[in-house]
Design a protein around this ligand. Structure first.
Ligand code: M6R
Length: 612
Protein backbone atom coordinates (compact mmCIF):
# COMPACT_ATOMS: atom_id res chain seq x y z
CA UNK A 1 0.00 0.00 0.00
CA UNK A 2 1.00 3.66 -0.18
CA UNK A 3 4.39 4.60 1.17
CA UNK A 4 5.20 7.85 2.91
CA UNK A 5 8.54 9.45 3.63
CA UNK A 6 9.37 12.98 4.74
CA UNK A 7 12.42 14.90 5.93
CA UNK A 8 13.24 18.16 7.66
CA UNK A 9 16.79 19.08 8.65
CA UNK A 10 19.98 20.60 7.35
CA UNK A 11 20.61 18.24 4.45
CA UNK A 12 19.06 18.34 1.00
CA UNK A 13 15.75 16.50 1.29
CA UNK A 14 15.43 15.12 -2.26
CA UNK A 15 18.12 12.37 -2.12
CA UNK A 16 16.87 11.23 1.30
CA UNK A 17 13.27 11.16 0.16
CA UNK A 18 14.05 9.31 -3.09
CA UNK A 19 16.14 6.73 -1.25
CA UNK A 20 13.30 6.33 1.23
CA UNK A 21 10.82 5.81 -1.60
CA UNK A 22 13.04 3.08 -3.03
CA UNK A 23 13.05 1.40 0.38
CA UNK A 24 9.25 1.57 0.43
CA UNK A 25 8.84 0.14 -3.09
CA UNK A 26 8.28 -3.31 -1.61
CA UNK A 27 4.90 -2.18 -0.30
CA UNK A 28 3.50 -2.14 -3.86
CA UNK A 29 2.50 1.01 -5.78
CA UNK A 30 1.62 2.41 -9.17
CA UNK A 31 2.76 6.07 -9.10
CA UNK A 32 5.15 8.24 -7.13
CA UNK A 33 5.78 11.86 -6.30
CA UNK A 34 7.74 14.34 -4.21
CA UNK A 35 7.23 17.82 -2.79
CA UNK A 36 10.15 20.05 -1.85
CA UNK A 37 10.21 23.43 -0.21
CA UNK A 38 13.02 25.84 -0.64
CA UNK A 39 11.75 29.38 -1.12
CA UNK A 40 8.84 27.99 -2.97
CA UNK A 41 7.01 24.69 -3.17
CA UNK A 42 7.90 22.31 -6.01
CA UNK A 43 5.77 19.22 -6.60
CA UNK A 44 6.76 16.50 -9.07
CA UNK A 45 4.76 13.34 -9.62
CA UNK A 46 4.06 10.75 -12.27
CA UNK A 47 2.60 7.35 -12.95
CA UNK A 48 5.07 4.47 -12.77
CA UNK A 49 8.05 3.58 -10.66
CA UNK A 50 10.31 5.71 -8.47
CA UNK A 51 12.90 5.39 -11.24
CA UNK A 52 10.41 7.09 -13.62
CA UNK A 53 10.00 9.88 -11.10
CA UNK A 54 13.78 10.31 -10.89
CA UNK A 55 13.88 10.54 -14.66
CA UNK A 56 11.07 13.05 -14.65
CA UNK A 57 12.82 15.31 -12.12
CA UNK A 58 16.23 15.09 -13.80
CA UNK A 59 16.34 18.72 -14.96
CA UNK A 60 14.04 20.17 -12.31
CA UNK A 61 14.79 22.28 -9.25
CA UNK A 62 15.16 19.75 -6.47
CA UNK A 63 16.59 21.98 -3.78
CA UNK A 64 15.17 22.25 -0.30
CA UNK A 65 15.82 20.92 3.18
CA UNK A 66 12.13 20.19 3.75
CA UNK A 67 10.56 17.55 1.56
CA UNK A 68 8.32 14.54 1.32
CA UNK A 69 7.61 11.70 -1.07
CA UNK A 70 4.89 9.16 -1.72
CA UNK A 71 4.31 5.91 -3.54
CA UNK A 72 0.62 5.47 -4.37
CA UNK A 73 -1.42 2.26 -4.55
CA UNK A 74 -4.60 3.40 -6.25
CA UNK A 75 -7.88 3.36 -4.33
CA UNK A 76 -9.87 6.41 -5.53
CA UNK A 77 -9.10 7.12 -9.17
CA UNK A 78 -6.96 5.24 -11.64
CA UNK A 79 -3.18 5.27 -11.43
CA UNK A 80 -2.17 8.37 -13.44
CA UNK A 81 -0.12 11.55 -13.05
CA UNK A 82 -3.02 13.63 -11.74
CA UNK A 83 -4.03 11.16 -9.07
CA UNK A 84 -0.45 10.62 -7.88
CA UNK A 85 0.50 12.32 -4.60
CA UNK A 86 1.43 14.92 -3.35
CA UNK A 87 -1.76 16.92 -3.83
CA UNK A 88 -1.88 20.66 -3.40
CA UNK A 89 -4.38 23.17 -2.04
CA UNK A 90 -6.35 25.61 -4.20
CA UNK A 91 -3.73 28.35 -3.76
CA UNK A 92 -0.90 25.89 -4.44
CA UNK A 93 0.83 26.60 -1.13
CA UNK A 94 -0.07 23.60 1.05
CA UNK A 95 0.64 20.05 0.02
CA UNK A 96 -0.23 16.63 1.40
CA UNK A 97 0.66 12.95 1.05
CA UNK A 98 -1.72 10.32 2.38
CA UNK A 99 -2.02 6.60 3.00
CA UNK A 100 -5.54 5.39 3.79
CA UNK A 101 -9.06 6.26 2.71
CA UNK A 102 -11.17 9.30 3.61
CA UNK A 103 -14.60 7.70 3.57
CA UNK A 104 -16.63 10.93 3.74
CA UNK A 105 -14.60 12.68 1.03
CA UNK A 106 -17.63 13.02 -1.22
CA UNK A 107 -19.79 15.31 0.99
CA UNK A 108 -16.67 17.23 1.99
CA UNK A 109 -15.81 17.73 -1.67
CA UNK A 110 -19.31 18.93 -2.55
CA UNK A 111 -19.20 21.46 0.26
CA UNK A 112 -15.78 22.70 -0.85
CA UNK A 113 -16.94 23.00 -4.47
CA UNK A 114 -19.79 25.21 -3.25
CA UNK A 115 -17.15 27.36 -1.58
CA UNK A 116 -15.27 27.83 -4.84
CA UNK A 117 -12.72 25.01 -4.70
CA UNK A 118 -11.80 23.18 -7.90
CA UNK A 119 -10.12 19.79 -8.04
CA UNK A 120 -7.54 18.33 -10.37
CA UNK A 121 -7.74 14.67 -9.35
CA UNK A 122 -10.29 11.99 -8.46
CA UNK A 123 -8.71 11.35 -5.09
CA UNK A 124 -10.04 11.62 -1.56
CA UNK A 125 -6.65 13.03 -0.55
CA UNK A 126 -6.95 16.21 -2.58
CA UNK A 127 -10.20 16.94 -0.75
CA UNK A 128 -8.37 16.80 2.57
CA UNK A 129 -5.71 19.33 1.61
CA UNK A 130 -8.38 21.70 0.32
CA UNK A 131 -10.27 21.27 3.58
CA UNK A 132 -7.13 22.13 5.57
CA UNK A 133 -6.60 25.23 3.45
CA UNK A 134 -10.24 26.25 3.82
CA UNK A 135 -10.07 25.91 7.60
CA UNK A 136 -6.77 27.77 7.82
CA UNK A 137 -8.17 30.69 5.85
CA UNK A 138 -11.52 30.87 7.61
CA UNK A 139 -10.31 30.21 11.15
CA UNK A 140 -7.08 32.20 10.68
CA UNK A 141 -5.05 29.46 12.38
CA UNK A 142 -1.56 28.12 11.79
CA UNK A 143 -1.15 24.98 9.70
CA UNK A 144 -0.93 22.53 12.62
CA UNK A 145 -4.21 23.75 14.06
CA UNK A 146 -5.90 23.65 10.67
CA UNK A 147 -4.78 20.02 10.25
CA UNK A 148 -6.11 19.18 13.70
CA UNK A 149 -9.51 20.75 13.03
CA UNK A 150 -9.74 19.09 9.61
CA UNK A 151 -8.99 15.65 11.04
CA UNK A 152 -11.96 16.04 13.37
CA UNK A 153 -14.17 16.29 10.30
CA UNK A 154 -12.75 13.27 8.59
CA UNK A 155 -14.12 9.71 8.69
CA UNK A 156 -11.79 6.95 7.63
CA UNK A 157 -8.15 5.96 7.85
CA UNK A 158 -5.16 8.15 7.28
CA UNK A 159 -1.47 8.60 7.66
CA UNK A 160 -0.74 12.07 6.31
CA UNK A 161 2.15 14.47 6.04
CA UNK A 162 1.41 18.13 5.36
CA UNK A 163 3.82 20.95 4.56
CA UNK A 164 3.24 24.56 3.53
CA UNK A 165 5.28 27.07 1.61
CA UNK A 166 4.13 29.68 4.14
CA UNK A 167 5.58 27.70 7.07
CA UNK A 168 8.79 26.25 5.59
CA UNK A 169 10.28 25.25 8.95
CA UNK A 170 7.54 22.83 9.82
CA UNK A 171 6.57 19.23 9.05
CA UNK A 172 3.26 17.85 10.24
CA UNK A 173 2.31 14.18 10.38
CA UNK A 174 -0.84 12.50 11.69
CA UNK A 175 -2.31 9.02 11.67
CA UNK A 176 -5.40 6.95 12.28
CA UNK A 177 -5.63 3.35 11.15
CA UNK A 178 -2.59 3.58 8.87
CA UNK A 179 0.93 3.32 10.31
CA UNK A 180 3.35 6.20 10.86
CA UNK A 181 6.74 6.42 12.50
CA UNK A 182 8.79 9.52 13.31
CA UNK A 183 12.60 9.26 13.30
CA UNK A 184 14.57 11.61 15.52
CA UNK A 185 18.11 12.42 14.36
CA UNK A 186 20.52 15.20 15.27
CA UNK A 187 18.93 18.43 14.06
CA UNK A 188 16.77 16.43 11.69
CA UNK A 189 13.53 14.48 11.69
CA UNK A 190 12.01 11.87 9.43
CA UNK A 191 8.49 10.60 8.97
CA UNK A 192 7.70 7.33 7.23
CA UNK A 193 5.12 4.59 6.86
CA UNK A 194 7.56 2.15 8.42
CA UNK A 195 11.09 2.31 9.71
CA UNK A 196 12.80 1.09 6.52
CA UNK A 197 13.59 4.58 5.09
CA UNK A 198 14.73 5.81 8.50
CA UNK A 199 17.03 3.12 9.83
CA UNK A 200 20.19 4.30 8.07
CA UNK A 201 19.85 7.77 9.60
CA UNK A 202 18.71 7.17 13.15
CA UNK A 203 17.67 4.37 15.48
CA UNK A 204 15.47 6.61 17.63
CA UNK A 205 11.86 6.47 16.64
CA UNK A 206 8.39 7.27 17.90
CA UNK A 207 5.44 5.25 16.64
CA UNK A 208 2.41 7.51 16.48
CA UNK A 209 -0.83 6.24 17.97
CA UNK A 210 -4.19 6.70 16.28
CA UNK A 211 -5.46 10.29 16.21
CA UNK A 212 -2.07 11.70 17.14
CA UNK A 213 -0.45 14.60 15.32
CA UNK A 214 3.33 15.09 15.23
CA UNK A 215 4.33 18.73 14.97
CA UNK A 216 7.96 19.06 13.96
CA UNK A 217 9.60 22.46 13.83
CA UNK A 218 13.25 23.19 13.08
CA UNK A 219 15.27 23.79 16.22
CA UNK A 220 12.48 22.49 18.48
CA UNK A 221 11.71 19.17 20.12
CA UNK A 222 9.12 16.86 18.61
CA UNK A 223 5.61 17.76 19.83
CA UNK A 224 2.74 15.32 19.80
CA UNK A 225 -0.89 16.16 20.42
CA UNK A 226 -4.15 14.38 19.76
CA UNK A 227 -6.78 15.60 17.38
CA UNK A 228 -8.75 16.46 20.53
CA UNK A 229 -5.91 18.87 21.42
CA UNK A 230 -4.38 16.89 24.27
CA UNK A 231 -0.58 17.08 24.59
CA UNK A 232 1.24 13.72 24.64
CA UNK A 233 4.80 12.90 25.69
CA UNK A 234 6.65 11.22 22.81
CA UNK A 235 7.72 7.67 23.68
CA UNK A 236 11.09 7.22 22.00
CA UNK A 237 12.07 3.62 21.15
CA UNK A 238 15.25 2.17 19.73
CA UNK A 239 14.94 0.41 16.38
CA UNK A 240 16.12 -3.18 16.24
CA UNK A 241 16.23 -3.13 12.46
CA UNK A 242 19.56 -3.52 10.63
CA UNK A 243 20.30 -2.04 7.26
CA UNK A 244 21.61 -5.32 5.75
CA UNK A 245 18.20 -6.82 6.29
CA UNK A 246 16.82 -4.32 3.77
CA UNK A 247 19.31 -5.14 1.01
CA UNK A 248 19.28 -8.09 -1.42
CA UNK A 249 22.69 -9.25 -0.21
CA UNK A 250 23.75 -10.77 -3.55
CA UNK A 251 20.46 -12.52 -4.34
CA UNK A 252 18.55 -11.67 -7.52
CA UNK A 253 15.36 -11.05 -5.60
CA UNK A 254 14.28 -10.40 -2.04
CA UNK A 255 11.97 -13.39 -2.27
CA UNK A 256 14.85 -15.77 -2.95
CA UNK A 257 16.92 -14.17 -0.20
CA UNK A 258 14.01 -14.60 2.22
CA UNK A 259 13.48 -18.24 1.21
CA UNK A 260 17.16 -18.88 1.92
CA UNK A 261 17.01 -17.01 5.21
CA UNK A 262 14.58 -19.53 6.64
CA UNK A 263 17.06 -21.68 8.58
CA UNK A 264 17.99 -18.52 10.47
CA UNK A 265 14.55 -16.95 10.70
CA UNK A 266 13.02 -20.16 12.08
CA UNK A 267 15.87 -20.34 14.59
CA UNK A 268 15.22 -16.71 15.53
CA UNK A 269 11.55 -17.51 16.12
CA UNK A 270 12.62 -20.17 18.62
CA UNK A 271 15.56 -18.34 20.18
CA UNK A 272 15.28 -18.11 23.95
CA UNK A 273 11.93 -19.88 23.85
CA UNK A 274 12.90 -23.51 23.49
CA UNK A 275 15.33 -25.76 25.29
CA UNK A 276 14.88 -29.37 24.24
CA UNK A 277 17.46 -30.75 26.66
CA UNK A 278 15.71 -29.23 29.64
CA UNK A 279 12.24 -29.80 28.21
CA UNK A 280 11.35 -26.09 28.28
CA UNK A 281 9.07 -24.09 25.99
CA UNK A 282 8.30 -20.55 27.03
CA UNK A 283 6.71 -17.69 25.13
CA UNK A 284 7.56 -14.80 27.45
CA UNK A 285 5.04 -12.42 25.89
CA UNK A 286 2.18 -14.77 26.79
CA UNK A 287 3.04 -15.61 30.38
CA UNK A 288 0.48 -13.23 31.92
CA UNK A 289 -2.26 -14.62 29.71
CA UNK A 290 -1.41 -18.33 29.59
CA UNK A 291 -3.93 -19.27 32.26
CA UNK A 292 -6.61 -17.33 30.44
CA UNK A 293 -5.71 -19.22 27.28
CA UNK A 294 -5.85 -22.57 29.05
CA UNK A 295 -9.29 -21.75 30.45
CA UNK A 296 -10.65 -20.37 27.17
CA UNK A 297 -13.82 -21.84 25.67
CA UNK A 298 -12.21 -21.68 22.28
CA UNK A 299 -9.61 -19.87 20.20
CA UNK A 300 -10.59 -17.87 17.15
CA UNK A 301 -7.73 -17.27 14.76
CA UNK A 302 -8.21 -14.24 12.49
CA UNK A 303 -5.87 -13.49 9.59
CA UNK A 304 -5.65 -12.97 5.83
CA UNK A 305 -3.75 -14.61 2.98
CA UNK A 306 -0.64 -16.53 3.93
CA UNK A 307 -1.16 -15.69 7.60
CA UNK A 308 -4.58 -17.34 7.36
CA UNK A 309 -2.88 -20.47 6.02
CA UNK A 310 -0.51 -20.54 8.97
CA UNK A 311 -3.60 -20.07 11.15
CA UNK A 312 -4.99 -23.30 9.68
CA UNK A 313 -1.81 -25.11 10.63
CA UNK A 314 -2.24 -23.52 14.06
CA UNK A 315 -5.73 -25.01 14.32
CA UNK A 316 -4.38 -28.51 13.73
CA UNK A 317 -1.53 -27.95 16.20
CA UNK A 318 -3.57 -26.41 19.01
CA UNK A 319 -6.45 -28.88 18.76
CA UNK A 320 -4.03 -31.81 18.49
CA UNK A 321 -1.59 -30.88 21.21
CA UNK A 322 -3.53 -28.64 23.60
CA UNK A 323 -7.09 -29.95 22.96
CA UNK A 324 -8.55 -26.43 22.80
CA UNK A 325 -11.23 -25.92 20.10
CA UNK A 326 -10.06 -23.57 17.38
CA UNK A 327 -11.89 -21.72 14.61
CA UNK A 328 -9.94 -20.08 11.82
CA UNK A 329 -11.58 -17.08 10.22
CA UNK A 330 -10.82 -14.81 7.30
CA UNK A 331 -10.60 -11.51 9.15
CA UNK A 332 -12.54 -9.77 6.38
CA UNK A 333 -15.52 -12.15 6.73
CA UNK A 334 -15.44 -12.43 10.51
CA UNK A 335 -15.95 -8.74 11.10
CA UNK A 336 -18.98 -8.43 8.86
CA UNK A 337 -21.02 -11.41 9.94
CA UNK A 338 -22.05 -10.53 13.47
CA UNK A 339 -19.95 -13.30 15.04
CA UNK A 340 -20.69 -14.68 18.49
CA UNK A 341 -17.80 -13.64 20.74
CA UNK A 342 -17.67 -13.91 24.50
CA UNK A 343 -15.26 -12.94 27.26
CA UNK A 344 -14.13 -16.57 27.42
CA UNK A 345 -12.87 -16.47 23.83
CA UNK A 346 -9.25 -15.92 22.94
CA UNK A 347 -8.72 -14.32 19.54
CA UNK A 348 -5.33 -14.87 17.93
CA UNK A 349 -4.47 -12.35 15.23
CA UNK A 350 -1.73 -13.49 12.87
CA UNK A 351 -0.09 -10.95 10.60
CA UNK A 352 3.36 -10.44 9.14
CA UNK A 353 2.98 -6.68 8.77
CA UNK A 354 0.85 -6.15 11.86
CA UNK A 355 -1.02 -3.53 9.82
CA UNK A 356 -3.56 -5.50 7.76
CA UNK A 357 -6.75 -3.43 7.92
CA UNK A 358 -9.15 -6.39 7.96
CA UNK A 359 -7.26 -8.14 10.74
CA UNK A 360 -7.06 -4.94 12.76
CA UNK A 361 -10.80 -4.38 12.40
CA UNK A 362 -11.53 -7.99 13.40
CA UNK A 363 -9.58 -7.67 16.64
CA UNK A 364 -11.12 -4.29 17.37
CA UNK A 365 -14.53 -5.95 17.15
CA UNK A 366 -13.48 -8.93 19.29
CA UNK A 367 -11.90 -6.64 21.87
CA UNK A 368 -15.07 -4.58 22.13
CA UNK A 369 -16.93 -7.81 23.01
CA UNK A 370 -14.49 -8.62 25.80
CA UNK A 371 -12.35 -11.29 24.13
CA UNK A 372 -8.66 -11.59 24.93
CA UNK A 373 -6.48 -10.66 21.95
CA UNK A 374 -3.18 -12.39 21.29
CA UNK A 375 -1.05 -11.09 18.42
CA UNK A 376 1.44 -13.12 16.39
CA UNK A 377 3.20 -10.54 14.23
CA UNK A 378 6.53 -9.92 12.61
CA UNK A 379 6.87 -6.14 12.39
CA UNK A 380 7.87 -4.81 15.77
CA UNK A 381 5.85 -1.85 17.00
CA UNK A 382 3.14 -2.33 14.37
CA UNK A 383 -0.54 -1.75 15.08
CA UNK A 384 -1.77 -5.29 15.83
CA UNK A 385 0.75 -5.97 18.62
CA UNK A 386 -0.07 -2.58 20.07
CA UNK A 387 -3.74 -3.36 20.02
CA UNK A 388 -3.35 -6.86 21.50
CA UNK A 389 -3.42 -7.79 25.20
CA UNK A 390 -0.36 -9.99 24.73
CA UNK A 391 1.49 -11.79 21.99
CA UNK A 392 4.64 -13.15 20.48
CA UNK A 393 6.73 -11.59 17.76
CA UNK A 394 7.88 -14.03 15.10
CA UNK A 395 11.31 -12.34 14.78
CA UNK A 396 11.67 -13.39 11.14
CA UNK A 397 13.32 -10.06 10.25
CA UNK A 398 12.04 -7.67 7.56
CA UNK A 399 10.17 -9.42 4.77
CA UNK A 400 10.43 -7.25 1.67
CA UNK A 401 9.17 -9.59 -1.08
CA UNK A 402 5.41 -9.18 -1.41
CA UNK A 403 5.03 -12.95 -1.43
CA UNK A 404 5.26 -14.14 2.15
CA UNK A 405 7.79 -16.93 2.68
CA UNK A 406 9.82 -16.75 5.86
CA UNK A 407 6.89 -15.08 7.62
CA UNK A 408 4.84 -18.26 7.10
CA UNK A 409 7.44 -20.65 8.52
CA UNK A 410 8.08 -18.35 11.46
CA UNK A 411 4.38 -18.02 12.22
CA UNK A 412 4.01 -21.80 12.16
CA UNK A 413 7.05 -22.11 14.42
CA UNK A 414 5.52 -19.74 16.98
CA UNK A 415 2.16 -21.53 16.78
CA UNK A 416 3.97 -24.82 17.39
CA UNK A 417 5.68 -23.40 20.47
CA UNK A 418 2.34 -22.04 21.66
CA UNK A 419 0.56 -25.39 21.19
CA UNK A 420 3.37 -27.25 22.94
CA UNK A 421 3.47 -24.84 25.84
CA UNK A 422 -0.31 -24.91 26.35
CA UNK A 423 -0.47 -28.69 25.89
CA UNK A 424 2.22 -29.20 28.48
CA UNK A 425 0.48 -26.96 31.01
CA UNK A 426 -2.89 -28.60 30.33
CA UNK A 427 -1.37 -32.07 30.51
CA UNK A 428 -2.71 -33.01 27.08
CA UNK A 429 0.61 -34.16 25.62
CA UNK A 430 2.36 -37.21 27.03
CA UNK A 431 5.81 -36.23 28.35
CA UNK A 432 7.64 -38.48 25.90
CA UNK A 433 5.81 -36.99 22.91
CA UNK A 434 6.44 -33.50 24.22
CA UNK A 435 10.18 -34.19 24.48
CA UNK A 436 10.26 -35.81 21.06
CA UNK A 437 8.58 -32.82 19.40
CA UNK A 438 10.89 -30.39 21.17
CA UNK A 439 14.00 -32.23 20.03
CA UNK A 440 12.69 -32.48 16.50
CA UNK A 441 11.75 -28.79 16.43
CA UNK A 442 15.31 -27.86 17.31
CA UNK A 443 16.50 -29.80 14.26
CA UNK A 444 14.16 -28.06 11.83
CA UNK A 445 16.54 -25.20 10.84
CA UNK A 446 19.25 -27.68 9.81
CA UNK A 447 16.68 -29.74 7.89
CA UNK A 448 15.56 -26.59 6.04
CA UNK A 449 19.21 -25.94 5.20
CA UNK A 450 19.47 -29.44 3.71
CA UNK A 451 16.19 -29.08 1.85
CA UNK A 452 17.33 -25.87 0.15
CA UNK A 453 19.94 -27.96 -1.67
CA UNK A 454 17.09 -29.22 -3.87
CA UNK A 455 16.93 -25.76 -5.47
CA UNK A 456 18.54 -26.79 -8.80
CA UNK A 457 16.25 -29.76 -9.18
CA UNK A 458 13.23 -27.56 -8.43
CA UNK A 459 14.45 -25.00 -10.95
CA UNK A 460 14.60 -27.78 -13.57
CA UNK A 461 11.05 -28.90 -12.77
CA UNK A 462 9.95 -25.26 -12.98
CA UNK A 463 11.41 -24.99 -16.48
CA UNK A 464 9.18 -27.88 -17.63
CA UNK A 465 5.98 -26.42 -16.20
CA UNK A 466 6.49 -22.67 -16.61
CA UNK A 467 4.00 -22.45 -19.49
CA UNK A 468 1.20 -24.36 -17.77
CA UNK A 469 -2.05 -22.45 -17.53
CA UNK A 470 -3.37 -24.12 -14.37
CA UNK A 471 -2.02 -25.98 -11.36
CA UNK A 472 -3.68 -28.04 -8.68
CA UNK A 473 -2.11 -28.44 -5.21
CA UNK A 474 -3.32 -31.27 -3.01
CA UNK A 475 -2.50 -32.30 0.53
CA UNK A 476 -4.17 -33.75 3.60
CA UNK A 477 -4.01 -33.10 7.32
CA UNK A 478 -1.14 -30.81 8.23
CA UNK A 479 -0.24 -30.62 4.55
CA UNK A 480 -3.63 -29.29 3.46
CA UNK A 481 -2.86 -25.67 4.47
CA UNK A 482 0.49 -26.12 2.72
CA UNK A 483 -1.38 -27.00 -0.51
CA UNK A 484 -3.35 -23.75 -0.15
CA UNK A 485 -0.18 -21.80 0.48
CA UNK A 486 1.63 -23.39 -2.50
CA UNK A 487 -1.25 -22.42 -4.79
CA UNK A 488 -1.37 -18.86 -3.43
CA UNK A 489 2.37 -18.46 -3.91
CA UNK A 490 2.18 -19.56 -7.53
CA UNK A 491 -0.78 -17.42 -8.53
CA UNK A 492 0.39 -14.24 -6.88
CA UNK A 493 3.85 -14.10 -8.42
CA UNK A 494 3.53 -16.02 -11.72
CA UNK A 495 -0.12 -15.17 -12.54
CA UNK A 496 -0.82 -18.84 -13.30
CA UNK A 497 -4.20 -19.96 -12.06
CA UNK A 498 -3.70 -22.39 -9.17
CA UNK A 499 -6.03 -24.02 -6.65
CA UNK A 500 -5.28 -25.75 -3.39
CA UNK A 501 -7.58 -28.50 -2.10
CA UNK A 502 -7.69 -31.17 0.54
CA UNK A 503 -6.61 -34.19 -1.54
CA UNK A 504 -9.76 -36.17 -0.77
CA UNK A 505 -11.98 -33.35 -2.00
CA UNK A 506 -10.56 -33.79 -5.49
CA UNK A 507 -13.11 -36.43 -6.38
CA UNK A 508 -15.95 -34.08 -5.40
CA UNK A 509 -15.26 -31.72 -8.29
CA UNK A 510 -11.70 -30.73 -9.24
CA UNK A 511 -11.03 -34.19 -10.70
CA UNK A 512 -13.02 -33.03 -13.72
CA UNK A 513 -10.14 -30.68 -14.55
CA UNK A 514 -7.54 -33.40 -14.77
CA UNK A 515 -6.04 -34.27 -18.13
CA UNK A 516 -2.51 -34.51 -19.56
CA UNK A 517 -2.25 -30.69 -19.46
CA UNK A 518 -2.85 -30.39 -15.72
CA UNK A 519 0.12 -30.42 -13.32
CA UNK A 520 -0.91 -31.65 -9.88
CA UNK A 521 1.40 -30.98 -6.96
CA UNK A 522 0.89 -33.53 -4.20
CA UNK A 523 2.29 -32.97 -0.75
CA UNK A 524 2.63 -36.65 0.02
CA UNK A 525 4.95 -36.90 2.99
CA UNK A 526 4.96 -39.99 5.20
CA UNK A 527 2.74 -40.24 8.30
CA UNK A 528 -0.74 -38.82 8.67
CA UNK A 529 -3.00 -39.82 5.79
CA UNK A 530 -0.10 -40.90 3.58
CA UNK A 531 -1.79 -44.09 2.30
CA UNK A 532 -4.91 -42.12 1.38
CA UNK A 533 -2.86 -39.54 -0.50
CA UNK A 534 -1.18 -42.36 -2.41
CA UNK A 535 -4.64 -43.46 -3.56
CA UNK A 536 -5.40 -39.89 -4.66
CA UNK A 537 -2.16 -39.89 -6.66
CA UNK A 538 -3.32 -43.06 -8.41
CA UNK A 539 -6.59 -41.37 -9.30
CA UNK A 540 -4.74 -38.48 -10.95
CA UNK A 541 -2.34 -40.83 -12.70
CA UNK A 542 -5.24 -42.83 -14.11
CA UNK A 543 -6.46 -39.61 -15.75
CA UNK A 544 -3.03 -38.75 -17.15
CA UNK A 545 -2.45 -35.72 -14.94
CA UNK A 546 1.21 -34.70 -14.50
CA UNK A 547 2.30 -35.42 -10.94
CA UNK A 548 4.89 -33.47 -9.00
CA UNK A 549 5.14 -34.95 -5.51
CA UNK A 550 6.78 -33.66 -2.35
CA UNK A 551 7.82 -36.82 -0.54
CA UNK A 552 9.78 -37.91 2.51
CA UNK A 553 13.39 -38.88 1.81
CA UNK A 554 13.67 -42.47 0.67
CA UNK A 555 10.02 -42.85 -0.37
CA UNK A 556 9.81 -45.38 -3.20
CA UNK A 557 6.04 -45.85 -3.45
CA UNK A 558 5.21 -42.37 -4.68
CA UNK A 559 8.42 -42.23 -6.70
CA UNK A 560 7.17 -45.12 -8.81
CA UNK A 561 3.96 -43.23 -9.65
CA UNK A 562 4.90 -39.56 -9.90
CA UNK A 563 6.47 -37.79 -12.87
CA UNK A 564 8.74 -35.84 -10.54
CA UNK A 565 9.50 -36.13 -6.85
CA UNK A 566 11.16 -33.65 -4.54
CA UNK A 567 12.49 -35.28 -1.39
CA UNK A 568 12.39 -33.55 1.94
CA UNK A 569 13.93 -34.68 5.25
CA UNK A 570 11.81 -36.78 7.57
CA UNK A 571 10.21 -35.08 10.55
CA UNK A 572 7.22 -35.35 12.86
CA UNK A 573 3.86 -34.88 11.19
CA UNK A 574 3.08 -31.78 13.29
CA UNK A 575 6.23 -30.03 12.08
CA UNK A 576 5.99 -31.06 8.45
CA UNK A 577 4.41 -27.80 7.11
CA UNK A 578 7.58 -25.89 8.00
CA UNK A 579 9.50 -28.16 5.63
CA UNK A 580 6.96 -29.10 2.99
CA UNK A 581 6.15 -25.49 2.09
CA UNK A 582 9.72 -24.67 1.10
CA UNK A 583 9.90 -26.58 -2.22
CA UNK A 584 6.60 -24.94 -3.15
CA UNK A 585 8.04 -21.49 -2.48
CA UNK A 586 11.03 -22.31 -4.70
CA UNK A 587 8.85 -23.79 -7.45
CA UNK A 588 6.73 -20.62 -7.61
CA UNK A 589 9.80 -18.43 -7.49
CA UNK A 590 11.52 -20.13 -10.42
CA UNK A 591 8.38 -20.33 -12.54
CA UNK A 592 7.74 -16.61 -11.98
CA UNK A 593 11.33 -15.68 -12.86
CA UNK A 594 11.19 -17.80 -16.03
CA UNK A 595 7.94 -16.10 -17.05
CA UNK A 596 9.61 -12.71 -16.64
CA UNK A 597 7.36 -11.63 -13.78
CA UNK A 598 8.24 -9.00 -11.21
CA UNK A 599 8.73 -11.47 -8.38
CA UNK A 600 9.20 -9.02 -5.53
CA UNK A 601 6.44 -6.63 -6.56
CA UNK A 602 3.74 -8.61 -8.34
CA UNK A 603 1.12 -6.60 -10.18
CA UNK A 604 -1.80 -5.19 -8.18
CA UNK A 605 -0.46 -6.50 -4.87
CA UNK A 606 0.73 -4.64 -1.82
CA UNK A 607 2.87 -5.87 1.03
CA UNK A 608 0.77 -4.40 3.81
CA UNK A 609 -2.90 -4.22 2.89
CA UNK A 610 -3.94 -1.22 4.93
CA UNK A 611 -7.31 -0.71 3.25
CA UNK A 612 -10.37 -2.97 3.43
O1 M6R B 1 0.79 -8.74 6.79
P1 M6R B 1 -0.21 -9.86 6.83
O2 M6R B 1 0.40 -11.16 7.18
O3 M6R B 1 -1.40 -9.53 7.68
O4 M6R B 1 -0.74 -9.96 5.34
C1 M6R B 1 -1.77 -10.84 5.00
C2 M6R B 1 -1.83 -11.04 3.51
O5 M6R B 1 -2.08 -9.82 2.85
C3 M6R B 1 -0.54 -11.65 2.97
O6 M6R B 1 -0.23 -12.85 3.60
C4 M6R B 1 -0.67 -11.89 1.45
O7 M6R B 1 -1.59 -12.89 1.19
C5 M6R B 1 0.71 -12.23 0.87
N1 M6R B 1 0.90 -11.53 -0.37
C6 M6R B 1 0.89 -13.68 0.62
O8 M6R B 1 2.12 -13.98 0.04
Amino acid sequence: MCGIVAYIGEKEAYPIVIKGLHRLEYRGYDSAGVALINDKLNVYKCKGKVADLENFTKDKDKSGTLGMGHTRWATHGEPNDANAHPHVSQDGKITIIHNGIIENYHPLKEELIKRGHTFKSDTDTEVLVHLIEDIQKNEKTDLAEAVRIALNEVIGAYAIVVISQEEPNQLIGAKKGSPMVVGIGTDEFFIASDATPIVEFTKNVVYLEDEEIAIIRRGEELKIKTIKNKDKTPYVQELELHLEALEKGGYDHFMLKEIYEQPRSIMDSMRGRLNAKEGIVRLGGLSDYEQKMINADRFIIVACGTSWHSGLVGEYLIEDLARIPVEVEYASEFRYRNPIITEKDVVIAISQSGETADTLAAIELAKSKGATIIGICNVIGSSIPRMSHAGSYTHAGPEIGVASTKAFTSQVTVLTLMALSLGRKKGTIPESRFRQLLSELELIPSKVEKLLKANDQIEYIASLFKDSRNFLYLGRGYNFPVALEGALKLKEISYIHAEGYPAAEMKHGPIALIDEEMPVVFIATKKGAYEKVVSNIQEVKARKGKIIAIVTEGDTTVKSMADFVIEIPETEEELMPILSVIPLQLLSYHIAVMRGCNVDQPRNLAKAVTVE
